[in-house]
Design a protein. Structure first.
Length: 247
C-alpha cells in the first residue's frame, strides 16, 4: 500500500517517545491482560498473547510486570476488566483516524479522546463513517537488504499471504488476520528479521498531505497516543518522507 511504510515510521517514532515517557509498559500491560483474558495465559495457543509478549520483550518490559499483567487476565491477580473500543475522528485535510482504546472507564476514554480532537479542530465521527475506509489486515515488513526476494515471496505466499510488494526498500507482506501468524512464524523460522509485524487497520487508499496539514496530523496522533487508554491510532494519511525533517 502506498504510504504504509511512512505510516509505520510514524508509529515506530511514537513507540520510542512513549518508552521515554514511561507509558509503553502500561499500554503493553493492558494488551497482555486482555489477550490473556480472551485466549488464556498460554502463548503457544494464544496468538494475540504471543504478539503482546513480543512487544513486551522489544520494550524490555520487566518479567514481573509481564507476569502480573497476564495473571490479571487469567483471574489469578485480581479481576481486571478492560473494554476494547474504537473511536472515529475526522482529522485535518479530510483524513480518517481510528483510535483503539482499552479502558476500564468508558466515560473517561470518550471524554479524553473528544477533548484532544476538539482542541485540534477535529470532530468525532459516527460509528462506521471512518472505519469503512480501512480493512483489518496482517502486515509484515522486511528490509530488502535482509532477505532474498524469491525466498520472501515463496515463504509468504506458500503460507497464505495475500500479497507481497516492494515499497521504499521494504518487502511489504499483506495477509488476512487468520493467516498472519502462519506467515509471520514461517518468516521467523527462516531467520529473517522483521521490522514490523502486526494485525492492523490498513487504509484502502491514502490521502497525501502537505507540510502544514502533516504538522496538524502528527500533533493529533501525538496527543491521542499520549492518553493512557489509547493503544493504537490509525490514519489514512500519506506523509512524504521528505517532510519528516521539517516535522
Amino acid at each position: 500500500m502506498a504510504g504504509h511504510s511512512k505510516w509505520a515510521n510514524i508509529k515506530h517514532r511514537k513507540a520510542a517517545q512513549d518508552a521515554k515517557r514511561g507509558k509503553v509498559f502500561t499500554k503493553i500491560g493492558r494488551e497482555l491482560t486482555v489477550a490473556a483474558k480472551l485466549g488464556g495465559g498460554d502463548p503457544s495457543s494464544n496468538s494475540r498473547l504471543r504478539l503482546a509478549l513480543e512487544k513486551a520483550r522489544a520494550a524490555n518490559m520487566p518479567k514481573d510486570n509481564v507476569e502480573r499483567a497476564i495473571k490479571k487476565g487469567t483471574g489469578e491477580g485480581g479481576d481486571q476488566n478492560y473494554e476494547e473500543i474504537t473511536y472515529e475522528i475526522y482529522g485535518p485535510a479530510g483524513v480518517g483516524v481510528l483510535v483503539r482504546v482499552l479502558t476500564d472507564n468508558r466515560n473517561r476514554s470518550i471524554t479524553d479522546v473528544r477533548t484532544v480532537a476538539t482542541k485540534r479542530g477535529c470532530t468525532m465521527a459516527e460509528a462506521g463513517s471512518v472505519s469503512w475506509q480501512f480493512d483489518m489486515k496482517g502486515v509484515i515488513e522486511v528490509d530488502e537488504k535482509l532477505a532474498n526476494e524469491d525466498e520472501i515471496m515463496e515463504t509468504a505466499l506458500e503460507h497464505g499471504a495475500e500479497d507481497v510488494e516492494t515499497v521504499d526498500g521494504l518487502y511489504i507482506i499483506t495477509t488476512e488476520p487468520k493467516d498472519f501468524e502462519d506467515v509471520r512464524s514461517a518468516i521467523a523460522e527462516k531467520g529473517i528479521e522483521m521490522s514490523f509485524a502486526e494485525v492492523t487497520m490498513k487504509p484502502k487508499s491514502t490521502t497525501k498531505v502537505e507540510l502544514e496539514d502533516a504538522k496538524k496530523i502528527i500533533a493529533l496522533v501525538d496527543a491521542l497516543e499520549d492518553l493512557d487508554d489509547v493503544q493504537e491510532v490509525y490514519g489514512n494519511y500519506d506523509i512524504d518522507d521528505s517532510l519528516f525533517e521539517d516535522l
